[in-house]
Ligand binder design. Structure first.
Ligand code: NAP
Length: 635
C-alpha cells in the first residue's frame, strides 16, 4: 500500500489543473480523462489555473490525481508507454481549451519536448563539417541572453567563437537594470532557455537578481567564461573583401585598441539598452540629482526626498510602487498611460506545493510551460490584429480589440473607486496592443492613490534648476528626477560603426530606417548576423527568448550552409530582403502597434514600425528552421 506523501494535498490544492490532467495521462497511460466535460474553459476574469472546472470536478480530479501520483511515487518510477502522437495532439487541444491549428503542431511539439530532446541543438557530426567548423572563428558582440545562447549553440556545433562584452559580467539587460522592483513580465516557467528549465524559480515572475543569476549559471554550466572578453568595447567592424573576413576593432580593459579577425560577426547587443533621455528644454540645468532607470543611482538615497518620475512605461511601472513609500513626495509625469493586464500572481512566490509538482509530477512542468507558451503567444495575436472593415472609434482596431479594451477597463475600474478622475487618467486612448501592456496586480494604482504621490498628466514644458514646469505654468519642485523614459531602440547597433562591402557604413545604408532579412542579415554585409534585430520584437505574443532561439538556430544553420557548400560568405539577395520587408510593412500596418493613431518607440523617426514582428510566432519559427540557399549570394 502506497504511503501518504505529506505535501500532496497542499500540492494538489495549488495545482495548475489543466497541466495536472496532462501529467495524469502520462502517469496512467489512460487518455479517457480527456472527456468533453473535463475540458478546460478559460474565462478572462477567472484563474487559468483552475481551467474553469466546477468545484465538484476539481475535487474529483484531485482525488484521481492523489491516487495516481501516490501509486506512481511508491512504484518503480516506470511510466506506461508515452502517449501516441495522435494522443499528444489531442492533449494539446485539450489543455488550451480549443483547437490548436495544424500548422502549429511542429512548433508546439518542439516546445513541449516530451521526449526530452533539444531539437534546436546543432549536430555537425560528419568529419567534413567538423573540419569546416574548426576553421570558423565567430565573434559575438554581447554576453546577454542572446549572446550566451549563440555561444552555447556554436560550442555544441564545434565552431570557435569569442564573445566581446562591455560589462564586467554576463547578463546584459538583467545585469544592467537594477532599479527597485525590476522583474520580468513573462512568467518564470516560460522565460528561460527551452533546453535549460529551472524547477526552482522562487517566484512566478522572476526578479532581476534571480534572472541575472540564471544567466550567470548558464554561462558557468556551458563553460562560456573562458570565451568571453569582459570590459571590452567594440568600436568598429570592417569587412575585408579580399580576405573575406571581418576585422573588429575593440578597446580592451587596459584602454589599448586591438583588431580581432573573424569569419563572421553576430551582434547580440539587444534593442533596449541605450537609455533615451528626453529632449526637454532645460534638462541639464536641473540642480539636483537626475538619472535614468537603467542606470539607477543606488548612492542617491531617496528617503524623505521630493522625487519626480518622468514616464509611465514598463520600468516606471515597476519602480514607482517600490519607491513611493520611502520618498517624501513623488510626482509621476505621465504622457501616455500603459494598458494594465490583470496578473494577480505577479508578485507571488511559487508555493512549496507548486514547486513539488514541478519537480515530481511527470511532465507537469512541460505541460505547464506549454500552456503558458500558448496562452501568451499566438493565443493573443488575433486580438491585436486590425480589421480593415472595423468601423468603430480609434481607441480600437477591431471589434475583438474593442471588446478586450472594455474587459480591461472593467478590471481596472474597481481599483479607482473613490478616487475621482483617476480612471479617466489611467485608461489609454490608444488601442490595446498599440504599446506594450504591463502586468497589474494592483500595486500601481495603489501607489498612485497614496497621499504623497501625484499623477501629473499636464504636459511637461521645461526643466529648471528647481524642478519640472508643466504647460499650465506650475513648477513641481523636486530634489531628484528619475527618467523612466525608455531606450533608443530604433537606433540598432548604435554603439559601433559597421563597414560592409565597398566600405558602406551600416547606419548610412539604413539612413534611420533599419531593416534586415528575417531581422538577421543585411545586403552588403556578408556574414554579419543580428539577433533581436529589426522587426523581431514582440508586443503581446511571446517571450523574446523564443525569438533568440529561432534566430540562433538559423544563424548556426547559415554557417553550416557555408561549411557544406565550401563558400566563405553569404549575404541576402537584395530582392529577397526587400520583398520580405515589404511584407512586414504591409502586415504591421494592420497591427494595433502600426495603427496611425499610435505613437511609440516601435516606430522609427520615419514612422515605420522598425521593431516588431507582425505575424504569428509560428511564422518566425517556420521561416528560421533552416536558411534557404536561394535567398543568399554565396561567395
Ligand atoms: P518605455 O516603455 O519606452 O516607456 C518610456 C516612458 O517614458 C513612456 O511612458 C513615455 O511616454 C515616457 N516618455 C518618453 N519621453 C518622454 C518625454 N519627452 N516626456 C514625457 N514622457 C516621456 O520604456 P521602459 O519603461 O524603460 O520600457 C522599455 C521596454 O523595456 C519595455 O517595453 C519592455 O519591452 C522592456 N521592459 C520590460 C520589463 C519587464 O519585463 N517587466 C521591464 C522594463 C522594461 P509615451 O508612451 O507617451 O512615449
Amino acid at each position: 500500500m502506497a504511503k501518504d506523501i505529506p505535501i500532496i494535498d497542499e500540492a494538489l490544492a495549488d495545482a495548475h489543473l489543466p497541466a495536472l490532467m496532462m501529467s495524469l495521462v502520462h502517469i496512467t497511460g489512460d487518455a479517457s480523462l480527456l472527456s468533453d466535460d473535463m475540458k478546460p474553459a478559460y474565462d478572462f476574469f477567472a484563474e487559468g489555473r483552475l481551467g474553469g472546472l466546477s468545484p465538484e470536478k476539481q475535487a474529483h480530479l484531485r482525488s484521481v490525481a492523489k491516487a495516481a501520483l501516490t501509486a506512481y511515487l511508491a512504484g518503480d518510477g516506470k511510466l506506461p508507454p508515452p502517449p501516441s502522437p495522435q494522443t499528444l495532439r489531442r492533449m494539446m487541444d485539450f489543455i488550451v481549451g480549443g483547437e490548436v491549428p495544424e500548422r502549429y503542431a511542429g512548433m508546439l511539439m518542439e516546445e513541449l519536448a516530451v521526449d526530452g530532446v533539444d531539437q534546436k541543438k546543432p549536430h555537425w557530426e560528419s568529419p567534413e563539417l567538423k573540419a569546416a567548423a574548426s576553421k570558423l572563428k565567430v565573434l559575438i558582440i554581447g554576453a546577454g541572453m542572446s549572446g550566451l545562447l549563440a555561444g552555447i549553440r556554436l560550442q555544441q556545433a564545434g565552431v570557435g567563437f569569442t564573445i566581446i562584452e562591455k560589462n564586467a559580467d554576463v547578463g546584459g539587460t538583467w545585469l544592467e537594470n537594477t532599479y527597485p522592483g525590476c522583474r520580468v513580465d513573462n512568467p518564470s516557467h516560460l522565460y528561460g532557455y527551452s533546453f535549460e528549465p529551472n524547477h526552482e524559480w522562487p517566484m512566478h515572475f522572476s526578479t532581476q537578481p534571480v534572472l541575472r543569476d540564471y544567466f550567470k549559471g548558464c554561462a558557468d554550466k556551458y563553460g562560456l567564461r573562458p570565451h568571453i572578453r569582459f570590459n571590452t568595447q567594440v568600436l568598429e567592424a570592417r569587412f575585408d573583401e579580399a580576405a573575406k573576413a571581418w576585422r573588429v576593432k575593440v578597446r580592451r580593459e587596459d584602454g589599448a585598441e586591438e583588431t580581432l579577425v573573424a569569419s563572421a560577426v553576430i551582434s547580440a547587443v539587444g534593442q533596449l539598452n541605450q537609455p533615451h533621455l528626453p529632449d526637454i528644454p532645460g534638462r541639464d540645468s536641473f540642480a539636483g540629482e537626475a538619472f535614468h532607470s537603467a542606470r539607477w543611482r543606488h548612492d542617491v538615497d531617496l528617503a524623505g526626498k521630493r522625487v519626480a518620475c518622468i514616464g509611465t512605461g514598463a520600468s516606471a511601472f515597476q519602480f514607482v510602487p517600490e519607491i513611493a513609500p520611502t520618498v517624501a513626495h513623488l510626482d509621476v509625469f505621465q504622457r501616455t498611460p500603459p494598458w494594465l493586464g490583470p496578473t494577480p500572481d505577479y508578485h507571488d512566490r511559487v508555493t512549496p506545493g507548486e514547486a513539488w509538482l514541478l519537480e515530481h509530477a511527470p511532465y507537469y512542468e512541460k505541460w505547464y510551460r506549454f500552456w503558458l507558451f500558448w496562452m501568451l503567444t499566438d493565443g493573443l495575436y488575433e486580438g491585436v490584429k486590425g480589421d480593415p472593415d472595423y468601423k468603430g472609434d480609434p481607441t480600437a482596431v477591431s471589434d475583438a480589440n474593442a471588446m478586450m479594451r472594455q474587459m480591461l477597463i472593467e478590471a481596472i475600474r474597481p481599483q479607482t473607486e473613490g478616487a475621482p478622475g483617476l480612471l479617466e487618467k489611467v485608461i489609454p486612448n490608444y488601442p490595446l496592443g498599440g504599446k506594450r501592456s504591463v502586468r497589474d496586480n494592483g500595486v500601481w494604482i495603489a501607489a498612485l492613490r497614496r497621499s504623497n504621490v501625484e499623477l501629473v498628466t499636464e504636459p511637461i514644458k521645461e526643466i529648471t534648476p528647481k524642478g519640472i514646469v508643466t504647460a499650465d505654468g506650475v513648477l513641481h519642485e523636486v530634489d531628484v528626477i528619475v527618467y523612466g523614459t525608455g531606450f533608443t531602440a530604433s537606433d540598432f547597433l548604435k554603439t559601433f560603426k559597421v563597414y560592409g562591402r565597398g566600405g558602406v557604413e551600416l547606419h548610412d545604408q539604413w539612413a534611420g530606417d533599419a531593416r534586415a532579412y528575417l531581422g538577421m542579415t543585411i545586403p552588403n554585409f556578408p556574414n554579419l548576423f543580428v539577433i533581436y534585430g529589426p522587426n523581431t520584437n514582440i508586443v503581446v505574443n511571446g517571450s523574446i527568448i523564443f525569438f533568440s532561439e529561432c534566430s540562433v538556430r538559423y544563424i548556426v544553420g547559415a554557417l553550416q550552409m557555408l561549411a557544406e557548400t565550401g563558400h566563405q560568405t553569404l549575404e541576402p539577395k537584395k530582392d529577397v530582403h526587400d520583398a520580405f520587408n515589404a511584407k512586414v510593412d504591409e502586415a504591421n500596418r494592420w497591427m494595433a502597434w502600426g495603427a496611425p493613431q499610435v505613437t511609440s518607440w516601435y516606430k522609427n523617426a520615419k514612422g515605420r514600425v522598425s521593431q516588431n514582428w507582425p505575424f504569428p510566432l509560428v511564422d518566425y519559427w517556420t521561416a528560421t528552421l533552416k536558411p534557404n540557399p536561394d535567398d543568399f549570394v554565396l561567395n
